[in-house]
Design a protein around this ligand. Structure first.
Ligand SMILES: Cc1cc2nc3c(=O)[nH]c(=O)nc-3n(C[C@H](O)[C@H](O)[C@H](O)COP(=O)(O)OP(=O)(O)OC[C@H]3O[C@@H](n4cnc5c(N)ncnc54)[C@H](O)[C@@H]3O)c2cc1C
Length: 543
């Protein structure tokens, strides 16, 4: 595999790149995606997974708000198994400007976002953990979306239709002939090998790294890297997305997701050269916990599981403005038109929420250049797993002999693909991760079908190690299964295990107090005291 030829090459396996790969494949355009780490390992896997109704932007950014509500309706149909239709609340606290409530209602109406005023009693009945002192509440069609599942389902649909993806492969340079881009030169970090892909069009969907990719093409695109941090608490303290009814600011949203709740977010402008060395600062954690507690007082009684951050891939189009004020708008650049550099397109900005729309806009431009007439169909063809509306009780009954909690969790994560996972083989039902109810069968399915190269990738496909114990009791079992299912040798499985625990550690370190500290000590005793994992030799440095 030293040389590949195709029509379109996509750089970046976040939601935007994955969505573009799917859209192009559905139009019959031969496409290859290159991702330097794993699917959804960039900003796509580092947000709070809010399925925006658009209300958050309604007062200040009408364009983003209307895009959000349109995509909200589409994603609830095509990505059912990635979405939880939780609904959302905007609540006013005694210290907030009460006039924002009216402004938000009026702006939502203008943007076509269904927003209804609730009495405080009604709001508290819907979300009993809410601060009982709230002054007013508005209900909106917010929801949650699992970014890992979403990006992976886009890739799966494409690869099942002939699209190709190479993960853990870095685009090192672009191949240019004259002023036109003709392909990419890549390095496979797992195999330690260089390879080349040539194609008619190269799509730069590298998110905040898009600035660097443009540099490789010899054109300029300035990003505005805005860091946001979030904390995860160890169980779901809310079932509805809770937003503070005020101009968006730090610590004003709590999003439930899977088994946990996420408090978000901050906004700090960072330098472009800092994007690879992201750190959650202590003051950010303090703000998030203090403001989170104002929305849901229960926050102070929970254990913080981890903290993490991401960088918004915003494009600096307007000079001197603050991170939160910069447009969330989509930026599609035809470099042939703008820079006289043919065969090169950049798609950036936007949100997870608008990934499909961004992919559609990009694929429209690619199709036009390649003179392909087929139109976009991603708004009507469901993603694999989301073909039918899930009726959990009906499905659970079908799998007789398997605990409902196992079927329910597998169904929740993989939708209709549950039938490929829970087979008749009883061995498949063995629980590997008790926090998230991940079975050996689900791991086998992920290893064989979902581009999994290591345990960190496996976490993104199955949620293994993402629950309250943070991998303490499941990761060594998962490493064993890599060997059993012939996805790795014993030596590599040990290295993967070490890398996985190191990766978990990064998010635990900033919140190391109380029960988290106790749990971490216990994990250390198991993996260093019992297994001596810290003493195994380093890998060969390929990844
Ligand atoms: C704190 C925070 C909270 C947010 N919350 C929300 C939310 O709740 N809802 C919402 O809709 N949006 C949210 N967003 C925005 C959303 O996360 C992003 O807009 C979206 O995920 C960007 O996706 P992307 O695919 O464009 O970029 P990315 O996900 O960053 O993908 C780019 C990919 O390119 C790869 N890459 C880079 N360089 C190379 C190379 N040389 N070779 C190969 N691959 C390369 C990277 O590894 C990366 O995987 C949030 C963002 C932040 C920071």
């Amino acid at each position: 595999m030293n040389y590949i030829e195709t029509q379109a090459i996509i750089i970046g396996g976040g939601a935007t790149g994955a969505g573009t790969l799917r859209d192009l494949t559905l139009r019959g355009i031969n496409s290859v995606l290159i991702e330097k780490n794993d699917i959804a390992s960039g900003t796509t896997g580092r947000n709070h997974g809010l399925l925006h109704s658009g209300a958050r932007y309604a007062v200040k950014d009408l364009e983003s708000a209307t895009e959000c509500i349109a995509e909200n309706r589409i994603l609830k149909k095509i990505a059912r198994h990635c979405v939880e239709d939780t609904g959302g609340l905007f609540v006013t606290l005694p210290e907030d400007d009460p006039s924002y409530h009216g402004k938000l209602l009026a702006s939502c109406k203008f943007a076509g976002i269904p927003a209804h005023e609730l009495s405080t009693k009604e709001a508290l009945a819907l979300e009993p953990n809410l601060n009982p002192d709230i002054l007013s509440a508005i209900r909106v069609p917010d929801g949650t979306i699992d970014p890992f599942r979403l990006a992976s389902a886009n890739v799966l649909d494409s690869t099942e239709r002939g699209g190709r993806i190479f993960t853990h492969c870095d685009v090192k340079s672009l191949i240019k002939e004259g002023s036109a881009v003709k392909g990419v030169q890549c390095y496979d970090r797992v195999k330690g090998m260089d390879f080349e892909i040539r194609g008619d069009i190269v799509v730069n969907a590298a998110g905040v790294w898009g600035q660097h990719i443009c540099g490789l093409a010899g054109v300029e695109l300035k990003m505005f890297p805005s860091k946001g941090s979030m904390v995860i608490i160890d169980y779901r303290i809310n079932n509805i997305v809770v937003n503070r009814c005020r101009v968006p600011a730090d610590g004003d949203i709590i999003v439930p997701g899977d088994t946990v709740s996420i408090i978000g977010t901050t906004s700090k402008k960072i330098e472009y050269n800092e994007i690879e060395r992201l750190i959650v600062d202590d003051d950010e954690i303090e703000v998030l916990l203090a403001d989170g507690e104002k929305l849901i007082p229960h926050v102070s009684k929970t254990r913080v599981l981890r903290a993490y951050c991401g960088v918004r891939p915003l494009v600096d189009i307007s000079g001197d403005i603050k991170g939160r004020d910069i447009s969330r708008g989509i930026v599609l650049v035809d470099h042939e038109e703008r820079d006289s550099t043919g065969g090169f397109i950049t798609i950036a900005g936007g949100k997870l929420m608008t990934y499909r729309l961004m992919a559609e806009m990009t694929a429209n431009l690619v199709a036009k250049k390649l003179k392909v007439k087929k139109k976009c169909s991603t708004h009507r063809i469901p993603l694999p797993g989301s073909e039918k509306k899930i009726q959990p009780m009906k499905q659970i009954k079908k799998f007789t002999g398997i605990p409902g909690s196992v079927t329910g969790s597998t169904l929740y994560r993989h939708g209709q693909r549950v039938h490929n996972i829970l087979t008749k083989d009883r061995k498949n039902y063995g629980l590997i991760c008790e926090c998230e109810m991940v079975t050996a069968g689900e791991i086998e399915y992920a290893l064989k079908n979902l581009n999994v190269k290591d345990i960190v990738d496996l976490r993104r496909r199955t949620r293994i190690g993402m629950g309250p114990c943070q991998g303490e009791l499941c990761s060594y079992r998962a490493a064993g299964l890599f060997v059993e299912f012939e996805a790795a040798g014993a030596k590599d499985a040990n290295i993967m295990l070490k890398d996985f625990l190191e990766e978990r550690w990064k998010g635990i370190k900033p919140i190391l107090w109380g029960d988290s500290l106790r749990e971490t000590e216990f994990t250390y005793w198991i993996y260093q005291g019992l297994f001596g994992l810290g003493d195994i030799p380093e890998g060969d440095g390929k990844k």
